[in-house]
Ligand binder design. Structure first.
Ligand code: ASP
Length: 290
């Protein structure tokens, strides 16, 4: 008997209350439909996660992929990671410049190298060798929408992420980001760090969004799994507990998680979190605020 599939996306925990998010909701909703069809046809969770995050990167509406914002030196440095819970393998890139899809690069690190994380110039050289799509003119490629946000707080968390459970029972999580606005050159957040911003094993898949420094110090994504494993918590209780621990240290944000039974948790402690989820039974959620 096949496992009931489940899928969740996020587009960051940064939207300020009452801001118009209809464009992002429509985008997430269309991607969710595409992902649901893929999972219903038996696609592997890894393929679905990469397809969803690629779509979010390409939209230009989030601080990830085409919508990424530059660092203080005006340079675009992007981070992404993916973890395949079934095989317990992972790949990630950080401070990557000059390439279009960080999630595609992260997948290539996972599948084509013996490593988990490649950074900066080394990551770019690997992407070049792997023939990944380049961004030769960053000023022309990245969306003005993102640059116009610099200096404001409006979308300071615009990371994107996806978690999926496929019909074979495999879980996968991925996260992609341009990082926080006005970041220092070389700054790397939680998104490309396995265990901090992204985690997947045989129990749960997690993708986080928020102030990365706090998520790193609380190892939030892996903490969700640890709470389920050692304390026997449900995915809801584990996700809420891991976020509360991070909040106690002064951070904010949210996460998406799905467990091996297809139960989905979408908690956040920020004003809102762009999120969308569906399961095999036809339940669909697309929301930003509470
Ligand atoms: N967590 C990301 C980072 O710190 C930011 C975000 O979630 O929007 O790089």
């Amino acid at each position: 008997m096949s496992t009931p599939f489940a899928l969740a996306l996020h587009g960051g925990a940064g939207p300020i209350r009452n801001s118009d998010q209809s464009r992002e909701e429509a985008n997430m909703s269309a991607l969710l439909d595409q992902g649901r069809v893929m999972l219903a046809k038996g696609a592997p969770a890894v393929d679905v996660v990469v397809t969803m995050i690629y779509g979010l990167e390409e939209a230009g509406y989030y601080i990830a992929g085409k919508g990424a914002a530059p660092n203080r030196d005006g340079k675009f440095e992007l981070d992404a990671s993916i973890m395949d819970g079934h095989k317990r393998r992972a790949g990630a890139v950080c401070a990557l410049s000059g390439f279009r899809s960080p999630i595609t690069a992260a997948r290539a690190v996972m599948e084509k190298t013996p490593h988990v994380l490649l950074a900066g110039a080394g990551a770019a050289a690997f992407c070049e060798g792997a023939g990944l799509d380049r961004v030769d003119d960053p000023a022309a490629y990245y969306t003005p929408a993102a640059s116009s946000l610099a200096g404001t707080d409006a979308l300071s968390h615009g990371t994107v992420g996806c978690v999926a459970l496929d019909q074979s029972g495999a879980l996968c999580a991925g996260t992609s980001t341009g990082g926080v606005l006005n970041k220092m050159p070389g700054r790397v957040g939680d998104s490309p760090l396995i265990g901090a911003g992204t985690w997947a094993d045989e129990r749960v898949a997690v993708s986080c969004t928020g102030q990365g420094e706090f998520f790193i110090r609380a190892a939030v994504a892996a903490d969700v799994s640890a709470r389920m494993k050692y304390a026997g918590m449900s995915v809801d209780a584990a996700a809420a507990g891991a976020l509360a621990d991070m909040e106690r240290q002064g951070g904010d944000g949210g996460l998406i998680a799905v467990d091996a039974k297809g139960r989905i948790a979408l908690p956040f402690i920020s004003h809102g979190m762009r999120r969308a989820a569906c399961d095999g039974a036809g339940n669909v959620t697309v929301m930003v605020f509470r």
